[in-house]
Design a protein around this ligand. Structure first.
Ligand SMILES: Nc1nc2c(ncn2[C@@H]2O[C@H](COP(=O)(O)OP(=O)(O)OP(=O)(O)O)[C@@H](O)[C@H]2O)c(=O)[nH]1
Ligand SMILES: [Mg+2]
Length: 667
């Protein structure tokens, strides 16, 4: 069977075995594939599977099927779970002469907790006893099709192959475009080739030369094998062996994962819903989390109880579900609105992992704790907020309550809009890495044509979720509106605030978000890296009025620096008025009215050319303190030109009658 060449294009499938020790799992795999799954001498000596075994065959249809053969002994449950973790279906084996045993039960609970819904029940050793009783026992628990066989005599294997063909034909097609998370289940070295890891590729595709992430570091795929044959590329599902360039064996142990760069969040904190086994009593404080081939000790932190509500997890869920189905961004704070209880069988808890794992929203995993039944968990958030301060746990519980219904049929999952509502601000790439694809989110880039109120409207909106933001950043629409209001208040209080200062004041992560917010909030505008509103504060406008009166008779005789504050023109007021075009600031403490420069050039044009600073001072009726910076300003505007240390001329531009409408000497 090993030499079978599969027909081109036939898919490959991977399933795991399960069942009590000695019930005949490995015997069946051997009989079906011709490959010995018990790889170790110790396993063969003891007649018992200790670690995972791997074997494959071609089914009558031409489909290729690989088995991950697991140990049944209770001491090796961790190994069993490492094999079961990444597969979509199971061949559950029960000995006709032994019936339902302890690890039959434990394996079945694990299968349920991990949400593995497809499988085949194989009652074997039928040569030893009539299978009727065992079949009946199993049927009380397992709703899968049943096949009766005898692994060691070969009886019923034809029917078993046909049943396996039907099983895999009904499996969902693995998504080859998904990011790769190859949970390593074996790692070894081959002389001359270096480190090789194997795993069940459940989704995505691998190519020789690919760069992947292992333990936070980039590694390159040097070679690939699928069921013993070298290949250039492989798409899920498949059993694969990956030869890694320059990776030491210690770095590539079971439970680690090879990841598509940027495709995953590696986290050591996750908020999860407890499913099976969570119905009664307090959850354990410490347990082991099993996901993929990984098993990691975790601390379990329940959130504070939520007061004032009934056991309304499911009810909350359906109410919030309506809003989300309509694709409407949720106003900030809605999640806090209802006091839904997280008790009553529905549980959300925080897991703190002993080491970071690549997790995403919707992942199923299980918790084991000695003396307690297995608990299934579903990941709700992989970048949860730190719980700081009083009431933080209660608030978090309320946020999670709509997703904590223990009833699988009504349980909902947080989507991109939910997470955005929780966080307020999130990177689009982070949502993707969390498993909340970008497809339903279109960033409005601050150009959403609808007014802010409409952007947070609660009415049904058939368009894809449109959220404000900038670049990679998305902002919850309710938060955006609130930020716009706060920015308006900040600018009213501190007109001309630098963009970076506004970013800090608003607690925003990126400058581009502030700029987008300004664009979304007319009449706010950015100039020279500062944010202004419309006009200037009344006090500044009044001070400019007083300046105008003061300059009415002598438009070029700027008030003394000490006089400015008396007029109400503090340094800050001058800066504001200058940016708003209400005054002409020649130098520190020297302020004229706008247009005074052009008018001065016209006066100077009537002087005999060239002229001196003294000539200019007399013609303009001002003093030396003002005339020097004024002339320098005119030089910069190219209205005058300096000939030497003493002399200037008015240029052509300065002499031409301008279209400014300004009267000579009357700016
Ligand atoms: N008579 C008979 N014996 C069988 C049959 N299948 C398995 N056995 C025997 O049962 C014993 C256990 O078989 P295995 O295939 O190693 O059982 P297993 O489920 O893989 O055991 P673990 O991997 O240790 O959990 C071996 O001695 C087999 O020869 C069968 O159909 N008929
Ligand atoms: Mg075995």
């Amino acid at each position: 069977m090993t030499g079978d060449r599969p027909p081109r294009g036939a898919g490959m499938y991977v399933i795991a075995t399960a069942g009590h020790v000695d019930h005949g799992k490995s015997t069946l795999v051997r009989a079906l594939t011709g490959i010995e799954p018990d790889r170790w001498a110790e396993e063969r000596r003891r007649g018992m599977t200790i670690d995972l075994g791997f074997a494959w065959t071609t089914l009558p249809s031409g489909r290729r099927l690989a088995f991950v053969d697991v140990p049944g002994h209770e001491r090796f449950v961790t190994n069993m779970l490492a094999g079961l973790g990444p597969v979509p279906a199971v061949m559950f084996v029960l000995a006709a002469d032994q019936g339902w045993q302890a690890q039959s039960q434990e394996h079945w609970e694990a299968i349920e907790a991990l949400g593995v819904e497809r499988g085949l029940l194989v009652v074997t050793r039928c040569d030893l006893m009539d299978p009727a009783l065992a079949v009946e026992e199993a049927r009380e628990r397992v709703a899968w099709p049943v096949v009766t066989v005898a692994g060691s005599t070969g009886e019923g294997l034809g029917e078993l192959r046909a049943a396996l063909d039907r099983l895999v034909a009904g499996l969902p097609v693995a998504d080859a475009r998904a990011p790769v998370r190859l949970w390593i289940d074996r790692a070894f070295t081959i002389r001359g080739a270096g480190t090789v890891v194997t795993g069940t590729l459940a989704a995505g595709r691998l190519r020789v030369g690919d760069v992947l992430v292992l333990d936070g570091e980039r590694v390159r795929v040097k070679g690939l094998q699928v069921t013993g044959e070298a290949v250039e590329s492989v798409r899920a599902a498949a059993r694969v062996a990956v030869n890694l360039r320059g990776v030491e064996l210690e770095r590539a142990s079971r439970g680690k994962a090879l990841l598509t760069p940027g495709g995953w969040v590696e986290t050591s904190v996750a908020d999860v819903r407890l499913e099976t086994g969570a119905g009664s009593g307090e959850p354990p404080r410490e347990a082991v989390l099993h996901i993929g081939s990984a098993s990691v000790p975790v601390r379990v932190r329940p959130f504070g109880p939520v007061h004032g509500g009934t056991a309304g997890g499911a009810g909350m869920g359906s109410a919030a579900g309506t809003a989300h189905a309509a694709g409407v961004p949720r106003a900030h704070g809605t999640a806090h609105a209802a006091g839904a209880a997280v008790g009553g069988g529905a549980r959300a808890v925080r897991l703190v992992l002993a080491r970071a794992l690549p997790l995403r929203v919707g992942d199923r995993a299980l918790l084991r704790c000695s003396g307690r039944p297995i608990t299934g968990v579903v990941v709700l958030d992989v970048l949860p907020p730190p719980l700081r301060g009083r009431g933080a746990g209660t608030r978090r519980a309320a946020e999670l309550a709509p997703f904590a219904a223990s009833d699988r049929a009504t349980a909902r999952m947080p989507d991109a809009a939910t997470v955005l509502g929780w966080r307020g601000t999130v990177r689009r790439s982070e949502l993707v890495a969390m498993g909340l694809g970008p497809l339903d989110v279109q960033v409005a880039m601050g150009h959403d044509p609808r007014p802010l109120d409409a952007q947070v409207a609660t009415g049904p909106d058939p368009r894809p979720l449109e959220v404000p933001g900038a670049g990679d950043w998305l902002v919850d629409a309710g938060r955006w509106k609130e930020l716009g209001e706060r920015l308006g208040a900040i600018v009213a209080e501190q007109p001309g605030i630098p963009v970076d200062a506004a970013r800090t004041a608003l607690g925003l992560p990126a400058r581009e978000l502030v700029e987008a917010l300004v664009r979304a909030c007319p009449p706010l505008r950015v100039s020279d890296g500062r944010i202004d509103g419309d006009g200037v504060p009344d006090a500044v406008a009044e001070a400019v009025g007083r300046l105008r009166e003061e300059l009415a008779r002598a438009p070029y005789l700027a008030p003394e620096a000490a006089r400015l504050p008396e007029l109400g023109l503090t340094r800050q007021a001058v800066a504001l008025a200058a940016r708003a075009g209400l005054v002409l600031r020649l130098a520190d403490g020297i302020v004229l009215l706008p247009g005074a420069d052009v008018a001065a050039a016209r006066v100077l044009a009537r002087l005999p050319q060239p002229f001196t600073a003294g000539d200019a001072r007399a013609a303009l009726g001002t003093n030396r303190r003002v005339v020097i910076p004024l002339l320098e300003h005119l030089d910069r505007l190219r209205l005058t030109r300096r000939l030497d240390e003493r002399l200037r001329v008015v240029t052509g531009e300065g002499r031409e009658p301008g279209g400014t409408g300004l009267e000579e000497g009357q700016p």
